[in-house]
Design a binder for this molecule. Structure first.
Ligand SMILES: [Zn+2]
Length: 201
């Protein structure tokens, strides 16, 4: 009897520890959280609607939303691979790039004076978008909001930064293209203080 109880106890402990805790709180691969009253309210994690404060509910991504998330993944991979030829296929020729208060007008200007030289100079490059929220506006237009992180060594300088990004995209027969991006690096932590911009995981 005692052995049985010990076994039963061990079994319960084993079961409890193998049940993934908080699975529902994490974003499944192809899931978004939205408000049943306000379908344009989208997030990558549970929370409340910014319009009516109702709890957000999980739903599967639409094919177009998945396309946009996959586009961003492919973008990150091309960026890390420093594949300028691949990146060229992901922007429209007239794309406008805002980085902080800096502006590049057109892919030619952006790739030749900014992105190209920058990628060449980066060593040990890490770059990724997270919390990617695809907002589909029509069959050929969308915007995407995301967080980004970038780590790289440039000469003796170590960059360890991140922030928020918005992509405005349009779709042609070859797929989605970036017409405009705007990125803002998070604020530097004040000396001895907490950085509020880093509290979002
Ligand atoms: Zn709502």
């Amino acid at each position: 009897m005692k052995t049985f109880r010990t076994l039963a106890f061990a079994l319960i402990v084993a079961l409890l520890t193998t049940i993934p805790s908080g699975t529902s709180a994490r974003q499944a691969a192809a899931e978004l959280f939205t408000c049943s009253m306000h379908p344009h309210m989208l997030d990558t994690k549970p929370g409340t609607c910014s319009v009516c404060t109702m709890a957000l509910k999980a739903r599967a991504m639409t094919p177009a939303e998945k396309e946009l998330v996959d586009f961003l993944k492919a973008y990150d991979a091309a960026f890390v691979a420093k594949d300028l030829a691949k990146l060229a296929t992901m922007y429209t020729p007239e794309t406008i790039v805002y980085e902080g208060s800096g502006i590049n007008r057109g892919w030619k200007n952006y790739s030749e004076t900014h992105l190209g030289p920058e990628l060449k100079a980066f060593e040990n490059l890490e770059f990724a978008h997270t919390n990617v929220v695809p907002h589909v506006l029509g069959s050929d237009s969308a915007y995407v909001t995301a967080d980004y992180m970038i780590k790289a060594k440039t000469g003796e300088r170590l960059m360890d930064s991140g922030g928020i990004a918005t992509f405005v995209l349009s779709k042609d027969s070859n797929g989605w293209k970036i017409r405009h991006t705007s990125t803002a690096a998070r604020r530097r932590p004040a000396a001895g203080g907490l950085n509020q911009e880093q509290t979002r995981p």
